[in-house]
Design a binder for this molecule. Structure first.
Ligand code: NAP
Length: 259
């Protein structure tokens, strides 16, 4: 399917691995030139090289921590006038509600709420002026159904979701659509780390944790970064112009709700 975005330019944050990488790959497959970002330069350059070689698109790689002001400045400077923004960053650590103090919340809010908001604030005006834009924020299933051990994530992502609900309606008239993409369990390094923690806490093996979790998902397996990336690419396509302020859940049916 031709997504109608060949030749557009996208900033995909936190994209050397995992879900961000999946989004970068799928956008590149659709002919979109990329600005990719991650903190670790080596994995980022390797990902950028692989994408250039496979899809023949232009890729600029910016090694920076996008959750810091300095990192965002570097990423935005390289990005220039982008048509598409995919916001993403690492998720906060798991724990118990008793573990977290003000500083922990500030860090989580900075990474998973205020960073995407700052990126949108910087890039939406240009998109609106040019009359076309797409924003996809990678959030989490925790927006629909809390993940108890991820209280920091539950809180920060709920804040971003509220912001997007209102802002998306303010910018839609200028041809810019903003939506959120909510991952359930996908096979990435992040889930490996969380599964490792669960294995330790429950005193069972990593394989046992994975089998148990996969069985709790109606499709019987974890999602893939490829599936996630292609959903993101559709949400950045010409055909997503009537999709505004939505929270698209990709969880293999794990969240047992009617709506
Ligand atoms: P991942 O496999 O750990 O990959 C994270 C990617 O982001 C890497 O490329 C990493 O590279 C980069 N990154 C992390 N922190 C960054 C920062 N501060 N600045 C720039 N780049 C950064 O994670 P993932 O599973 O793809 O998850 C992506 C997001 O979705 C996270 O917020 C996660 O909490 C959320 N999520 C994931 C799942 C899932 O099942 N995987 C489910 C729900 C929510 P560097 O380390 O080199 O920076």
């Amino acid at each position: 399917m031709d997504l109608g975005i060949k030749g557009k330019r996208a900033l995909v944050c936190a994209s050397s691995k995992g879900l961000g990488r999946g989004c970068a790959e799928a956008l590149a497959e659709a002919g979109v030139d990329l600005v990719m970002n991650a903190r670790g330069a080596e994995a980022l350059e390797a990902a950028a090289d692989a994408i250039r070689a496979t899809y023949g698109v232009e890729v600029t790689a910016v090694a920076a921590d996008v959750t810091t002001e300095e990192g965002r400045r570097a990423v935005l400077e390289a990005a220039g006038d982008v048509d598409i923004l995919v916001t993403n960053a690492g998720g906060p650590p798991p724990g118990m509600w008793t573990d977290w103090d003000r500083e922990d919340f500030i860090k989580a809010l900075d990474a998973n709420m205020l960073t995407p908001i700052a990126l949108m604030k910087a890039l939406l005006p240009g998109m609106m002026e040019r009359g076309w834009g797409r924003v996809v924020n990678i959030t989490s299933v925790s927006v629909k159904a809390p993940v108890s051990v991820l209280g920091l994530s539950n809180s920060a992502r709920a804040g971003l979701t509220g912001y997007v609900a209102g802002t998306s309606r303010q910018v839609a008239g200028a041809g810019v659509v903003v939506n959120n993409l909510l991952p359930g369990i996908h096979a990435t390094d992040r889930i490996d780390a969380l599964d490792g923690g669960a294995a330790k806490a429950e005193g069972i093996s990593l394989d046992e944790v994975r089998t148990k979790r996969a069985a709790s998902i109606p499709v019987g397996r974890y999602g893939t970064a490829e599936e996630f990336g292609h959903t993101c690419a559709f949400m950045c396509s010409q055909y997503a112009g009537f999709m505004v302020g939505q929270n698209v859940l990709l969880d293999g049916g794990a969240t047992n709700t009617t709506l």
